[in-house]
Write a new protein. Sequence first.
Length: 500
Amino acid sequence: MIAYLLGLALGATPAASTAPPAQPAGTWVVEDVTVIPADTDEVLAHRTVVIRDGKIERILPQASKTKVKGAAVVDGRGKYLVPGFVDAHVHLSTEGAIRDSKDAAISGLDLGQEHRYDRQIMLNLLKAGVTGVANLGGSAGSDEDLLRLRGEIDAGRMDGPKLYVGKRINGPRAAVAVSPTQPVPASKPESPTTAADGILAVQRARERGYDFIKPYQFLNRETYRAIVEESARQGFITTGHLPELGCASCADRAFAFGHPMTNIAHSEELARFARIEHDLSPKDIEALAQAVSASGMSVTPTLVTLRTIVDMYVHRQVPAVPGGWDASVDAVTRLDWAPPGNRYLSQAFRDQEGADAFSAGYDFARVLTRELWKRKVPLTVGTDAALPGLAFGVSVQQEMVELREIGLKPVEVLRAASINAHRLFDPKAGSGAVRAGERANLVLLDADPLADIQNVGKIAGVFAQGRWLPMAEIERKLAEGEGFERGLQQQLRERKQAAH
Ligand SMILES: [Zn+2]
């Protein structure tokens, strides 16, 4: 209890005296728009939507001819207003990660003073209608960068999606080896093998101001359980990987479902259980779906992630980024996409045990996700970007199409991309629906997403934290970063030449 109270005090926001003041969001009226609230199957045609101070103030029939003093007008005729999309599983590229890198190709790059690198990533997310992202872990410097960015965006000093910053907790590989050839390193909170250090890791995440916990790999049974339980005590949600199977101190299936996280971060985690224990037997689909449903866990299927990995495995190249988005991938991220940085194209990846089951694993995960959906397990839209082939922003639209393809109705896809994510990451801040009183994180579409889910890519503009950003303005702000991007490319080229 003492540690908890202490944690709250330490987790307080930095002194406001040095930071510029928060920027007021302003007032807008979207006229004569079709509203798709997404919390129900309703479609509200010809509405006037008033947005003030970051929130949806009112939604009225267009016929009421509402005029709001001092408001800027957005023409909503022929357009559709839907909740902003949330990427529930992303690993953001950041300046902090570049600073942390020990890779000679990128360490010490000149990133300038304006946080332009981070700005471009945030703008690309908004360009795709992504007004919320959950970061499932990065390097220490990257996390620090994101915790800072979160505050800048919340205060309206920077354009970007609402950030939920997760603390990834990972054990040492040797701790869960089936037949250990290396000694298990001493436990520490940064790499715990005991319940006590698992608990400390969670408490430190609370002190640092993280939003949620990601239990990751190589955690033995007692450590995994301690992390999940301490997170619940601290009011953290957990979204991560299922525990390891097969070693003496590892979990089994009953343990994993008996000590549930809030959310499973990939459907592939369930497919892993099925692959190891039952060689992807179709009979396991129902058993797993039943176990997930009974445990109360929700799932972020990340089907596009699996599709992309399988694609790289089969075709030995990175799949093309959908139309027009290729240029959005920055030069540093691109290094991870090309050999030798891209581990999915390596021989070691091809040679690993179980590689021949990747393709079938994707099929299994799709049918399993369909079964989860039929059992009403809440699903969210996550991408694992910037995994090679998955660009920030547009990958969210790709995953929405994946979910549509396994049977979700378009409105259910919208719900997975918004309401379900809000319920998971930020339930106290409202439902995420397009309703009066909710936060104004919204996307204005040029075409009906209920007629064709691909229309989620036809974006007229975005309300991010209550600020209207028409597509032309997002493009203009992105163009301001072109010089920076060229400078980055030039620095990388010079390093490459110097290395030869
Ligand atoms: Zn991930």
